[in-house]
Design a protein around this ligand. Sequence first.
Ligand SMILES: Cc1ncc(COP(=O)(O)O)c(C=O)c1O
Length: 382
Amino acid sequence: MENKHMLMIPGPTPVPEKVLLAMGKHPIGHRSSGFSEIIAEITENLKWLHQTKSDVLMLTVSGTGAMEAGIINFLSPGDRVLVGNNGKFGERWGKISRAFGLEVEEITAEWGKPLDSEAFRKKLEFDNQKHIKAVIITHSETSTGVINPLETINKYVKAHGEALIIVDAVTSLGAINVPVDDWGLDVVASGSQKGYMVPPGLGFVSVSQKAWEAYKTATLPKFYLDLGAYRKATNKNSSPFTPPVNLMYGLQVALQMMKDEGLEAMFTRHRRLTEATRAGVKALGLPLLADDEVASTAVTAVMSTGVTAEAIRSTIKKQFDISLAGGQDHLKGKIFRIGHLGFVSERDILTVIAALESTLIILGNQRATPGVGVAAASKILG
Ligand SMILES: Cc1ncc(COP(=O)(O)O)c(C=O)c1O
């Protein structure tokens, strides 16, 4: 049936009708006073979302562009950086850093496990000469559904004193607490197609005062992603280049929806949806990749048994028009991922668990009592 598609991947995420309609308006001039007012409102609300009084800058890029901006504005060739790598996006931080000639030391963990904060503590404590210029980590590792111990690692970064903490919060902003000022996070990168409930195309970078100090001496080349230019323009409620006017109409509405819900309520909703998803999947007899204590509230990675993850994904798509994400790299075919980030409700979770159960029955792989998945999810939500 047309127009019944259900998007349950960790990005792009579903977009509320209100946001879609807002984007359908005619564009206006990006240097007009009317558009300046929109930039002013968005900027204020981005600061609210990031829980910061410092700058949050908006770029016409995907999440990776925001990550790249987070590196090239604050570091210089040959700078030593400590990168956490326990999945596809931690690995990406390493790739970006190497591409720009940084000296990268990776702290790795198995995919599906969180980063070990002790490993960071040891490296940072040992660095008496203060050679480490940045610690770079992914908060919510979307490829595995693991949340990394950002708060603890950041404490060790603060004790070190010199290094900046640079964070990929692409699937954590809006889904879990990321109190930028309280924790003193220096650079936080995110993208519109995740918790923001807006289509892809906008990237965001928050920048602390300490990071701006580093900016003054950073010598990596930059032009389009020079955050100094964005700061200057944003302070005048403007943008250095032509921004995606219609996406920003959508963002204006989406941020207001987030404000109306409130930060705490938003985080609680994501936690409940995660718990219900995990309970439903477990009851269906499918193992989860990440342990409960380190589960991301954006996405749940499920291991397939008896039938491949790709068979589950293609059947649930064909039969129920529900899109789930697959595994990446060596996890391809072994896991599938259920996104529950952004504009997702309890009804969506019950639907996906029920459809998953029917899918397992169709594939002849149903070992649990029929209805048990929905019952377990409902118990959490009830
Ligand atoms: C944690 C994380 N970081 C970075 C990205 C990259 O974002 P993009 O594909 O928008 O460049 C994603 C996208 O899925 C992500 O989940």
